[in-house]
Design a protein around this ligand. Sequence first.
Ligand code: HEM
Length: 225
Amino acid sequence: MHARTHFTLALTLGALLPMQACAATQHAGTTEPEIPGYTMGEQAVRKAPITLGELEEIQKSLLMSDEDIRYLRMSRDVLEPHVEELVGVWYGFVGSNPHLLKYFSSAAGEPDAEYLARVRARFERWVLDTAEAEYDQEWLDYQFEIGRRHHRVGKNDTDNANAIDHIHFRHLPALTISVTTTLRPFLERAGHSAAEVDKMHAAWVKSVLLQSILWSYPYVNDGDF
Ligand code: HEM
């Protein structure tokens, strides 16, 4: 597709996708309005197939330390006022890349605006969950649910969408780089030093890679994860 067409498509998507009011300030288990399909902490979410101890082992391999967790938590206040704009940038990236947009589209290639909007609200909540970096059982269980939602075992079910039913694995870890590169300018917005911005960014790269590893579970042969 032509570069100009990419741009037009991104703009169209922006217009198609009104912000989900308040999504970024909601928390599971409070009286605030629910985010459609956000089920962290609910009994319906299956128990993770790995233990919290095994999660820590992956974190060790990623050199993810307490310092990273401190910097992730520092990023929360930096990002919270901009979370809608940030997710808008990510949606612009997906919308301007036909090889990604197709996963939000029908087999005939028609993007599903309602599906995009519902997922967007959960994506905004995910930014804050990632920055909170509370690696408890609820968080771990929900990671495997997010993995299922990218794979044919669970994609589309949450939103009753009629899109292509499976995201190919090859794109999952690759998106770590575009997500964390486009995030970086947002980390600079609260006047932290360049060294602090670097550390927040490095911690985000580790966290998104960690999550894309956990989300890979349904793609891996039984017993091999
Ligand atoms: C590092 C890589 C990725 C990140 C951080 C990411 C993030 C997310 C998040 C936070 C959600 C919502 C989860 C929830 O239901 O609570 C989601 C769902 C979704 N993502 Fe990704 N994603 C990644 C890779 C991809 C790729 C490569 C695609 C391909 C276009 C994609 C397409 C989708 C779709 C279609 C959904 C909705 C799935 C459903 O039917 O429930 N994602 N993603």
